[in-house]
Design a protein. Structure first.
Length: 277
């Protein structure tokens, strides 16, 4: 079962109707699917998000969900000037440029990701931290999207997340937690340098708080003093927020300034940061 949790449209300018002025951005994971359509000024005029009834356990099942959505979403059946696809998974690792060799991609993943011989392994360039992000995209979904749109650009979700967070960070220490249904990212930045990044799987609030507190301990950060900025699928009423507030008192939400949030309340401004931040 697929549940559309939000759909938001707004009128910006009649001139955006042409293909040459429309850009599509897609994000998908084992938990759900989102997309937004913007104009050449990066003004978002349509956004939709879908949750799968439960986390699926294979790219093949994700593809089945996407095929179902594409059949009913007329906005995805149109033509676009450009398409960007964001693969959200925990099949990635960061490699500083000074250690990176393009013929060693599989070696970089072997300690953290179970790979098979047929896996496609690619990388994104992260100029903001002089690093490559090595990861496994879901090839079957890329093939499906190519059949629908032709050529497109794709990236790992953590590449987009890090690029956007570095644009927002200043000289002080920033501890970010980006939360999805079954995984979450922790990003710690100080003085325009990446102190820590990792993706964690979780099933319970106890899993979640363990990894957050463990990261604080490893970085020798005081939970009583460190400010944690939250993004993604969390609000003040969620069990994750409540357990975090038990141990960390300085919590805030990193709200987006995207104009799609104007004059509406159904979408939290800190949610969908990778697409809308």
């Amino acid at each position: 079962m697929i549940k559309q949790i939000v759909k938001k449209k707004r009128t910006i300018n009649k001139n955006i109707e042409g293909t040459s002025n429309r850009k599509l951005s897609i994000q998908f994971s084992l938990d759900g699917f989102s997309f937004c359509i913007s104009n050449t000024q990066n003004e978002v005029f349509e956004f939709s998000s879908f949750n799968f009834s439960k986390t699926v356990n294979s790219p093949e099942l994700v593809l089945e969900k996407l095929q179902e959505i594409f059949k009913t979403e007329k906005s995805l059946q149109e033509d676009f000037e450009s398409v960007t696809v964001i693969h959200q998974n925990n099949l990635s690792t960061l490699v500083p440029n000074k250690y990176f060799k393009e013929d060693a991609l599989k070696n970089y993943l072997k300690y953290s990701v179970k790979t098979i011989a047929t896996d496609l392994i690619v990388y994104d360039e992260l100029e903001c931290i002089d690093t490559k992000n090595v990861y496994i995209p879901f090839v079957n979904i890329n093939n499906f999207l190519f059949q629908n749109f032709g050529e497109f650009e794709y990236k790992h979700h953590s590449s987009i997340l890090l690029e956007k967070l570095f644009l927002q960070s200043n000289a002080s220490l920033h501890f970010y937690v980006n939360i999805s249904h079954s995984i979450f990212d922790i990003v710690v930045i100080e003085d325009a340098k990446l102190l820590f990044y990792n993706i964690f799987e979780y099933q319970t609030k106890e899993d979640f708080i363990y990894y957050v507190l463990f990261t604080l301990e490893q970085l020798e950060l005081n939970p009583e003093e460190t400010i944690i900025s939250l993004l993604g699928d969390i609000d003040k009423e969620s069990s994750l927020f409540k357990v975090l507030y038990t141990y960390v008192r300085n919590i805030c939400f990193l709200n987006s300034k995207n104009t799609i949030f104007n004059d509406q309340t159904e979408i939290a401004k800190h949610s969908n940061f990778i697409l809308l931040g």
